[in-house]
Design a protein around this ligand. Structure first.
Ligand SMILES: Cc1ncc(COP(=O)(O)O)c(C=O)c1O
Length: 471
């Protein structure tokens, strides 16, 4: 393709994006397709001949868009919202062209050093001390897994060489998380060979926070039984309700017992940039490692997960391995030494664009808007006898449930209500259970979100409630 042809096609793609943005709020957030519908619209064989971009874009509209869940829709309130801003979209476009793979310093000096500086910017943004170093991985799942391997190496020093199988000198490795922790931690333990029998789900208090006394007891009991406590993961902003584990107390236990402390702040981490929210993060500066995901609440396009850690050498030990063909002589850092993947995307570019084009000020303002909208919604719920707030809401997620009329089963009622609201198409909310009872989650977090969308969600919930109550 000629340069002119590229410019025309790039303009076509940019126009497509602009028109998608303008019209996305008219599309149903959740697509109305059944499994197999999208695949049925795609030929089984790849095309033999090249096709012009126009026909590919036409199929994007006809075949793909009807099967998309619109994460950038202002009515997307499910899970933890992951949306994008101009800065992120433009940086991804450019990153594709630059096609950097910063596995070694020499394979991308700028990719390596920009990544290191962006990790530093994120660290400063959230107010963590200089002692933290870090890198960017794809997801919180990868970040926590990488931290777990470093923790295992610390607890079982020669595991890298000897492995774990058949050893009489090392008891089974154990991971400690709360009952509310994200399943990615259980998965990390699976992948690291701990076995699910060796993941302790420490009970929580009435505010869904890990009970430190129960944690300490579990660690002591395991040590006494010859097991090997490896890592505690405390969560700031759990997935289900955004509860906050008492990190300071947990860190003291970890220090006393010599167990690695990892903090999962995948969603809530960016809120540490707000002085009024710093209290929720008390003690996280004492962690050995921390994960936070710009691709959740910093509106960076997926994927972008920042893993911060104190001890660089400990992070390198589990997986650094340099075959001859990757040997290089420069002093620069080789990011391939930490984590499983060798090749790595140029994720730092989108963080750089975002910090430059929005400023830390703009990012803080967005977080505050989301928190204010969530507080406003919680206020409406508290004032309405048809609904109740089901858990504390320190950030931008509100968990609540309808109080059904008469003696209807509350779980069934709430599930039916949620399904009806989601069927409408203007919003998408998700659910959880709190103390074993069904509850609805509304997470404000879209960079494209507006007060109007939250109001719309509330009027759909109340309207649907009344319709159901009227039978
Ligand atoms: C608290 C928490 N930790 C970890 C994860 C996993 O994130 P990822 O999809 O980046 O692996 C999530 C996902 O929502 C989460 O809420």
């Amino acid at each position: 393709m000629s340069e002119n042809g590229f410019l025309e096609d790039a303009a076509r793609a940019a126009h497509w994006i602009a028109s998608y943005r303008e019209n996305v709020h008219d599309l149903p957030v959740l697509p109305r397709v059944r499994p197999g519908d999208v695949a049925a619209g795609l030929p089984e064989e790849p095309p033999e001949k090249p096709e012009p971009l126009e026909s590919v874009l036409a199929d994007l509209d006809d075949v793909i868009v009807p099967g998309l869940t619109h994460w950038n829709h202002p009515g997307f309130f499910a899970y933890f919202c992951s949306s994008t801003t101009d800065a992120g979209v433009l940086a991804e476009f450019l990153a594709a062209e630059l096609n950097q793979n910063a596995m070694l310093w020499r394979t991308s000096p700028a990719g390596t050093e920009l990544e290191q500086r962006m990790v530093e910017w994120v660290r400063r943004f959230v107010g963590l001390p200089d002692a933290f170093d870090g890198l960017i991985l794809d997801t919180a799942s990868s970040s926590s897994f990488t931290a777990l391997l470093a923790a295992r190496e610390q607890a079982v020093p020669d595991v890298r060489q000897r492995g774990l199988a058949g050893r009489s000198d090392v008891g089974p490795c154990v991971l400690y998380i709360s009952e509310e922790a994200h399943s990615s931690l259980d998965k990390s333990a699976l992948a690291a060979g701990f076995g699910l029998d060796h993941v302790r789900h420490v009970p929580v208090d009435e505010r869904l926070r890990m009970l430190p006394a129960a944690l300490e007891e579990a660690i002591s009991a395991d040590r006494a039984a010859g097991l090997t406590p490896v890592m505690v993961c405390a969560t700031i902003g759990t997935t289900s309700t955004t509860s906050v584990d008492p990190v300071r107390e947990v860190s003291e236990i970890c220090e006393r017992t010599g167990v690695w402390l990892h903090v999962d702040a995948a969603y809530a981490g960016p809120a540490a940039a707000l002085p009024e929210k710093r209290g929720e993060f008390e003690g996280w500066e004492r962690a050995d490692s921390i994960v936070l995901n710009p691709h959740k609440w910093m509106s960076t396009p997926i994927d972008c997960s920042v893993l911060l850690f104190r001890n660089d050498a400990a992070m390198r030990r589990p997986l650094s391995l340099t075959p001859e063909y990757l040997r290089s002589t420069e002093d620069g850092q080789n990011l391939m030494d930490i984590g499983l993947s060798l090749g790595r995307r140029f994720r730092a570019l989108k963080l750089w664009f975002q910090f430059r084009m929005e400023g830390a000020e703009g990012m803080r303002a967005r977080l505050r808007t989301h928190i204010a909208l969530a507080d406003q919604l919680a206020g409406w719920i508290e004032e309405d006898p048809r609904f109740e707030v089901a858990a504390p809401h320190p950030f931008s997620l509100v968990v609540f449930r309808a109080v059904p009329p008469g003696d209807a089963d509350p779980d069934d009622w709430n599930q039916t209500l949620l399904e009806a609201v989601n069927r409408d198409g203007r919003v998408f909310l998700s659910h959880t259970t709190v103390d074993g009872r069904y509850a609805i989650r509304l997470a404000v977090g879209s960079a494209r979100g507006t007060e109007q969308a939250v109001q719309e969600a509330w009027s759909l919930l109340t309207g649907e409630y009344d319709r159901m109550a009227a039978g």
